[in-house]
Design a protein around this ligand. Structure first.
Ligand code: ATP
Ligand code: MG
Length: 251
């Protein structure tokens, strides 16, 4: 479980995130949704300890994020940031190999190489593994970053907009992989998504963030509600029954 207690962050007197109290259960996929500037990335990067909280505490599977040693925490939680400033002279395989750093400290073992290959295949990157990152399309590069994060093999995986740049087929594929990682490997995945229908189709829980606060948290059935979504996104939204569950329609 991930527990946030009274977590807050202020960037300036106008921009205040929190205080946030939430328990995100272990297992499955939790989608973080909400408008631009709501605070999704801020919350995710604080959970992943890439940003310090101003006040409050965060714990992941009982590890206090602020006080756990970095090397220990890196075996519990991995994070994909929204923006990745990539080093161009790295191949896909080298990048994915960085995921093994908490274990290998830079000296990859045969077992590490096997794990790297597994995630390269998992995200269909085998044909691209020796390409440099600046020789890839945006979506291919995005898949390489996700492979790197999964390669860290942590129980908790935080992904900020992993569907960025992906076409529909690759988006569906990515969400199925994440579902598979959650179900068969028991991972807990927190994923920021902008498409509410991808959240509705693949997430187990949806957490809606608005103006620095949790506006709703619950099952897909609970959050896919006309009034609730209209209020959160500030635009009329109707929910209809689709072939695989509720679908949000924009006007
Ligand atoms: N480094 C920063 N300095 C000052 N303000 C910031 C900083 N980072 C984020 N903010 C502000 O904090 C608020 C929350 O930003 P955040 O990036 O968490 O939103 P988000 O929900 O991830 O949005 P998006 O969907 O656009 O990615 C916004 O008002 C943003 O302008
Ligand atoms: Mg963001």
């Amino acid at each position: 479980m991930i527990t946030l207690s009274q977590v807050s962050k202020s960037y300036s007197s106008e921009v205040n995130i929190g205080p946030v109290d939430i328990d995100i259960p272990a297992g499955g996929i939790t989608a973080l949704v909400g408008p631009n500037g709501a605070g999704k990335s801020t919350l995710l990067t604080m959970i992943g300890r890439l940003l310090a909280v101003d006040s409050g505490t965060i714990s992941i599977a009982g590890h206090d994020v602020a006080s756990t040693k970095g090397t220990e925490l890196a075996k519990v939680v991995s994070i994909l940031r929204q923006e990745n400033h990539f080093v161009t002279k790295l191949t896909v395989r080298q990048l994915v190999g960085f995921g093994r750093f908490p274990y290998s400290k830079g000296r990859l073992t045969a077992e590490d190489e096997e794990i790297i290959s597994k995630y390269i295949d998992f995200l269909h990157l085998r044909e691209l593994e020796n390409r440099y990152l600046d020789q890839l399309s945006g979506g291919q590069r995005q898949r390489a970053y996700v492979a790197m994060v999964l390669c860290q093999e942590t129980d908790y995986v935080l992904l900020d907009e992993p569907l960025n740049n992906l076409d529909i087929a690759h988006s569906v594929d990515m969400m199925r992989h994440l579902q598979d990682a959650a179900r068969s490997l028991g991972r807990t995945i927190i994923v920021v998504l902008h498409d509410i229908n991808f959240a509705a189709r693949y997430a187990d829980h949806i957490c809606a963030v608005k103006d620095g606060h949790i506006a709703a948290f619950g099952s897909v059935q609970q959050v896919l509600d006309d009034d609730l979504l209209t209020d959160i996104f500030n635009t009329p939204i109707s929910v209809i029954d689709g072939p695989n569950g509720p679908i949000a329609c924009y006007h």
